[in-house]
Design a protein around this ligand. Structure first.
Ligand SMILES: [Cu+2]
Length: 659
């Protein structure tokens, strides 16, 4: 009965959609078939099959959606402050956004990358890049929180990142903007060709705790690095980067970086780089960058400024770096699940070149070089080519793979996904996207084991798809089934910021490991109140430390007097709950930062500098019980010269003098 009602509702709405779309211009039809909604439907109480980690682009965050439903589960704060979670506002999280430029509360996150073991998603960590002030973040997938951020020196517009090797040995970060370095910073911009250099950075990842460290950088000609993929299986030990602006222009790149028919895909033998480092061939250079780590036992981040980085120069270290010509202004650079094929996607190219790793090794062996580029050998294009996909579409950007030998390439200009066969390079299917697709994602698509099932388009423009919301519309993702011979559109869903790129992973690889509470007995926060009896207020000069506890439905203490103008008041709030999904919030009237959001068993700190004399309410911001609204208190602020004693109390308890 239920399913009959459901089907008739779906049938009715489909009919309405077809009627509505009938008079729209070509290209705006929904193009879905009758069973599409059922295939994307996840019934209430049912779980989705995949987690989809989607970049928030210019929001600086990463968001987590369910697939196939498209339901938004979480926005993970990464590079931007987030008042919803107090990220970047609490004293414990502020150090996470520290950089060599100081506190930078925003960035532009483009590419999520999920950790792999033996080239297969392992569900441990997600990495994300900050384009603007170059940084790489690591998110722990047990807590869905950012646990580490490392700044990248000698870099600008950190676009070509984070891409990871087969066992997450390294995360790489390539610079989009080449920059002057080595202290030669104040140079004329028109001296680009002589003074500007590129770098790619290899960041090691500790396989047990995920801790990152910039292992080395490779010094490169002043081009723009765009994307990258690690080799895998037979090409493990190599990394491939796309680059444009081999013209080395510094103005009007839309014209001046489109002069040459071919730019490059760069192949880096990182095992060779490791050999050179072991042989002492790296040079330590003076730099400044921040390394920020969140400690889950103290619930607190620390930030350290580091001052040197190991640099390798391929001009002096042969056999480590090669260029391959790639038409034209390449964006995507993707390796197939076997590791044999490297797909370049020239956004101005009429073909998709597919390189063969076997042929690359042979060409290197035979020194089959066309030329060299600033001391780096350029391999002969025809010698390394597996072949070209001809007439694929307009504006190829990015390719991912399924588990049946097919590739899926996004086409920005012709707004479509094109499916082609890797072995014979024939196009077998194409579907329109609405509109202007950038990256796409197949669950497991960048790994050795694509999970297949869906391809998701991440689009830049949404006009005509949703109810209008003024001049700006939500950006959008679209879910297509790839289970049959023909791709089928199943669902549109709006996204946060720019859904630049995404990865998807089976829910079963993450869900069983999800943290539900932080155990109070493991709470090593120096200002924790691990029970109501430990709650207290202490003055140290003009600093007042409130050791506060919260549990449904009250704070201890909830009345505080004797705060004076000029005091800096630290509210260290410990959430005593040991129950899943019961955070408490904490906010004070007039506070110039944000709320706190404190997970069960956790301690977080709000710094408040009262700006006037009076009595100020504070309350819990996260609905926690029937008496949530009663979860409140008062703080009295007296003049600086007042001798009002510092006292605190809760309920009928008599005021205790503070220590
Ligand atoms: Cu509450």
């Amino acid at each position: 009965m239920k399913s009959i009602i459901f089907k008739s509702i779906i049938g009715g709405s489909m009919l309405a959609l077809f009627l509505l779309s009938a008079c729209k211009p070509k290209g705006m039809q929904t193009a879905v078939q009758g069973d599409a909604a059922l295939k994307a439907y996840v019934a209430p109480g049912q779980y989705d099959e995949f987690y989809n980690f989607v970049s928030g682009g210019f929001s600086g965050q990463m968001s987590v959606y369910g697939l196939p439903s498209g339901r938004l589960f979480r926005v993970i704060p990464v590079f931007s402050v987030d008042p919803e979670k107090g990220w970047g506002y609490s004293e414990e999280t502020k150090p996470m956004l520290n950089t060599s430029h100081g506190f930078v509360p925003w960035d532009d996150l483009h590419h999520p990358a999920l950790s792999t073991t033996d080239g297969i998603h392992d569900g441990k960590w997600a990495f994300g890049n900050a384009n603007n002030t170059p940084r790489i973040a690591r998110i722990d997938l047990t807590t869905f929180r950012t646990n580490e951020i490392i700044e990248i020196p000698n870099s600008g517009g950190n676009h070509s990142s984070p891409f990871i090797t087969e066992n997450t040995e390294y995360v790489v970060a390539g610079t989009r903007f080449s920059v002057p370095m080595d202290g030669k910073t104040d140079v004329p911009i028109e001296s680009y060709k002589e003074n500007f250099k590129g770098t790619v950075s290899f960041i090691s990842v500790n396989k047990d705790n995920g801790r990152m460290n910039i292992a080395f950088q490779i010094l490169l000609p002043g081009v723009n690095f765009d994307l990258a993929r690690a080799g895998k299986a037979k090409s493990h030990g190599w990394f491939f980067f796309s680059c444009y602006n081999s013209e080395q222009a510094n103005t009007l790149l839309e014209v001046n970086a489109s002069q040459k028919d071919k730019d490059f895909v760069m192949a880096v033998n990182w095992k060779k780089a490791e050999e050179y480092i072991a042989a002492g061939k790296g040079v330590k250079k003076a730099v400044r960058y921040a390394h920020n780590v969140f400690d889950e036992s103290t619930h607190t981040a620390t930030s350290e400024i580091k001052t040197e980085v190991l640099v390798l120069d391929p001009k002096d270290l042969p056999g480590m770096v090669y260029f391959m010509p790639c038409p034209k202004s390449p964006h995507g650079c993707d390796t197939d699940p076997t590791g044999e094929y490297i797909v370049g996607s020239g956004k101005l190219a009429a073909v998709i070149p597919v390189f063969s790793f076997t042929k690359i090794l042979a060409a290197i062996d035979q020194k089959n070089f066309e030329t060299e580029y600033e001391g780096i050998p350029v391999l002969n294009y025809d010698a390394v080519l597996h072949g070209e996909v001809t007439k694929p579409g307009l504006g190829p950007l990015h390719t991912e793979f399924d588990d049946n030998g097919y590739a899926y390439t996004s086409f920005f200009v012709s707004s479509e996904i094109v499916k082609w066969k890797i072995s014979d390079l024939t196009v077998v299917d194409r579907v329109p996207t609405y509109y202007s697709i950038g990256h796409l994602c197949v669950p497991g698509g960048p790994t050795k084991k694509p999970w297949g099932k869906y391809v998701i388009a991440y689009n830049k423009i949404t006009k005509d798809r949703y109810l209008p919301t003024g001049p700006e519309l939500a950006q959008s993702a679209q879910l297509y089934s790839i289970e049959g011979d023909k791709m089928k559109l199943l669902l549109d869903f709006p996204t946060i910021g720019e859904p630049h790129y995404a990865e998807a992973i089976p829910a079963e690889l993450i869900k069983p490991k999800s943290v539900k509470i932080f155990k109070l007995e493991d709470n090593k926060h120096p200002y924790a109140a691990l029970g109501e009896k430990q709650a207290r207020v202490e003055r140290k000069g003009n600093e007042v430390h409130v050791y506060m506890s919260s549990i449904r439905s009250h704070f201890v203490p909830d009345n505080i007097e004797g705060i004076r103008m000029g005091d800096q008041v630290y509210f260290h709030v410990t959430n005593l709950e040991q129950d899943w999904d019961v955070p408490h919030g904490f906010a004070i009237k007039g506070a110039s930062n944000s709320e706190l959001l404190i997970m069960p068993g956790e301690t977080q700190t709000l710094l408040w500098k009262p700006d006037r004399i009076g009595v100020f309410p504070m309350y819990c911001t996260d609905f926690c019980s029937a008496l949530h609204q009663e979860m409140q208190g008062y703080i009295r602020v007296s003049p600086a010269a007042s001798n009002q004693p510092l006292t605190f109390s809760t309920g009928g308890k008599k005021d205790k003098p503070a220590q």
